[in-house]
Design a protein around this ligand. Structure first.
Ligand code: PA5
Length: 447
């Protein structure tokens, strides 16, 4: 069976093969730290062997819970933020019909919507309005159980659900995914008798998509979590050894060589709009893992060819500090052929009989050549198709490369101290009990 492939030959105008290979010993050391737990942040390495360690019992429990929620609910709201949101969102969007929300037939598979990933009042108000005459359920996901954004959304939705169907019925439609023992959400779930799943202590949020955090919403949306896990298992094995055949090593070494050569921004590119949120997931993974201690490649993302008509100018001609990593899907799932038109006023008859995907592939190739000629190195990651198995491969491949790359960069890839600064200020401004000194200080600062 075909698997993910990484092609770095289009970076060789900027860095040589020897320069990339010279980083292999650093990559090997990073893999050793990941496999043996000898690096910084080693308390958070539960994701490394997670795909193989996922038990059939857990997958069956997730599938059964998903079936129960689907039977009871027309809409399930997944409440979470950051790593407790983006993985599920990315996979569901990638696998869903592009117009699922407007479908009334079985293609309207997706019945998962998201909340708690923002504090937009209109967003929450409109969501509550949508749910007021619907059978709905809630998957509340928070490892800490104390994150403000999902806590606000959950408080609102829980109250709404209880007032619509009563406390006892509501508790059958709420599933909590949180720490095994600690935190407000664990306590509430125990008191209210919610079905729960555990986020292991040693798996950080942005590495948690292959735990119930991602797998339950994905299963509720109707997608094959076993195929996703199978793909991840393939990559777990393909990325074990520190050699040139390890795709995560090739990617991590190449991006670090580019970074050291002055390419400070990496743009993740897709040619399939369904991958938009995969870019968002990837940005969190790399941004939170590497952006610290004054270091780190800035992760950006674009959807082509849409963004060729917006960001295309900058990428072709702007400051030469960028490189691209393209996710290329070999085969479109559906077939659409461009028709002949007798009048040919648009001059497109030269494309008649070609598949739309053929045109898309030429857009990709033409763009790659133009960008490489314009000084933008290009890493190309190919997956055979946009399906659950390939996404599982892609997820684990990027996670492993992120761990390797973070250690090569010389940071602890598994903490996120920078995320606390805004929270402290927000709590001080909102006069949260316990933040009296910070409140006084910030009021003085803003005058
Ligand atoms: O990667 C991370 O650890 C973070 O993005 C968290 O996932 C995010 O802050 C949400 O945290 P929690 O699940 O504790 O609510």
């Amino acid at each position: 069976m075909k698997t993910l492939n990484v092609d770095v030959k289009n970076v060789l105008q900027t860095v040589t093969g020897e320069q990339i290979q010279a980083l292999n010993p650093e990559a090997a050391l990073a893999i050793e730290k990941l496999e043996k737990g000898t690096g910084e942040g080693s308390d958070f390495l539960g994701w490394v062997n997670l795909p193989e360690e996922l038990t059939d019992d857990l997958l069956t429990d997730i599938e059964a819970t998903a079936t129960r929620l689907r039977d009871l609910c027309d809409i399930v709201v997944a409440v979470g933020i950051g790593g407790s949101y983006l993985g599920a969102k990315a996979v569901i969007e990638a696998l869903s019909d592009s117009f699922a929300a407007l479908r009334t037939d079985e293609k309207r598979k997706t019945r998962v919507v998201f909340a708690g990933q923002n504090i937009g009042e209109d967003y929450l108000n409109e969501l509550q309005d949508l749910l007021k005459d619907k059978k709905f359920g809630i998957i509340v996901i928070s490892k800490s159980g104390t994150t403000t954004e999902p806590a606000i959304a959950f408080r609102l939705l829980k109250e709404q659900l209880e007032s619509q169907i009563g406390k006892a019925e509501a508790s059958k439609r709420i599933v909590a995914i949180t720490d095994a023992r600690r935190g407000a959400l664990r306590q509430l779930a125990t008191e209210e008798g919610y079905k729960t799943f555990v986020i292991a202590d040693n798996v950080g949020g942005r590495f948690s998509v292959l735990t119930p955090v991602g797998l339950l919403p994905i299963a509720v949306a109707g997608y094959d979590i076993r195929a996703l896990v199978e793909g991840a298992r393939v990559m777990e094995h393909a990325t074990e050894e520190a050699n040139d055949l390890n795709p995560s090593v090739v990617y991590a070494a190449t991006r670090n060589a580019l970074y050291r050569a002055g390419k400070k921004i990496e743009i993740l590119v897709n040619y399939n709009p369904k991958l938009h949120f995969f870019g968002e997931w990837w940005k969190q993974l790399y941004g939170e893992s590497e952006g610290k201690d004054g270091k780190g490649i800035f992760p950006a993302s674009v959807d082509f060819s849409t963004d060729l008509h917006s960001m295309g100018q900058w990428i072709q001609d702007g400051e030469r500090t960028i490189f691209e990593t393209v996710i290329s899907v070999e085969n479109a799932e559906k077939t659409t052929v461009i028709p002949t038109d007798a009048a040919n006023l648009d001059g497109l008859n030269y494309l008649a009989g070609k598949r739309v995907d053929e045109v898309n592939k030429m857009a990709e190739l033409g763009t790659r050549i133009a960008h490489v000629d314009g000084g933008v190195p290009n890493i190309r990651i190919t997956i055979p198709a946009l399906n659950a198995r390939s996404l599982g491969e892609l997820i684990y491949f990027f996670e492993k490369a992120c761990g390797i790359s973070g250690y090569m960069l010389g940071v602890n890839p598994f903490n996120q101290p920078g995320v606390e600064a805004y929270k402290r200020n927000m709590f001080a401004l909102l006069e949260k009990p316990g933040y009296e000194a910070e409140s006084a200080a910030i009021r003085e600062k803003i005058g």
